[in-house]
Design a protein around this ligand. Structure first.
Ligand SMILES: [Zn+2]
Length: 166
């Protein structure tokens, strides 16, 4: 649960790490740490000062609920297929969704349609696919570190940029 008042400083800390594209359909890119799964990492403190690690997309979804709890079974689905995108869009009139709520089943169906995890491109499953996704996330983060660079973003999304791994 992320309360807009109680957790205002935490929310500000999160969005200080987000670079928003200037176009109406651009992603909002999380520029903080990226995990081995290619998703952003954000740490928060809750009861008894315990540190909790969240994926950046889950945190953004929780913020969008304005104090209502984000249930554990709710998945963050990306219409843009950019794991580090944190732009919530539940009802985009053009149907271009960035980050929205969904179930695990919807997630599997989407992955199947896109040929990931659905058996069409088995090489994309497992470790190779994870590495590829992480490299793409890192390349994209690099592309916006100094502010939004449309050319660099396009190259990173196309997978033509050479990522620096660290
Ligand atoms: Zn996006």
């Amino acid at each position: 649960m992320v309360d807009p008042v109680i957790h205002a400083a935490e929310i500000a800390r999160f969005y200080a790490q987000v670079v928003r594209g200037p176009e109406p359909d651009d992603c909002w890119i999380f520029t903080g740490p990226i995990g081995g799964d290619g998703y952003g990492r954000f740490w928060i403190r809750r009861e008894a000062g315990k540190r909790i690690m969240l994926r950046s997309n889950r945190y953004a979804l929780a913020v969008s609920l304005k104090g209502a709890p984000l249930e554990p079974w709710v998945y963050g689905l990306h219409g843009c297929d950019v794991p580090i995108c944190v732009r919530c869009s539940t009802a985009d009139e053009r149907g271009i969704k960035h980050l929205t709520e969904g179930t695990q089943r919807e997630n599997m169906e989407r992955m199947g349609r896109m040929g990931r995890g659905g058996g069409r491109r088995p090489i994309q499953r497992g470790r190779a696919g994870l590495l590829e996704r992480r490299e793409r996330s890192v390349a994209l983060r690099d592309a916006v570190r100094g502010g939004w660079d449309a050319e660099a973003v396009r190259a990173a999304l196309a997978g033509t940029a050479h990522p620096t791994l660290w």
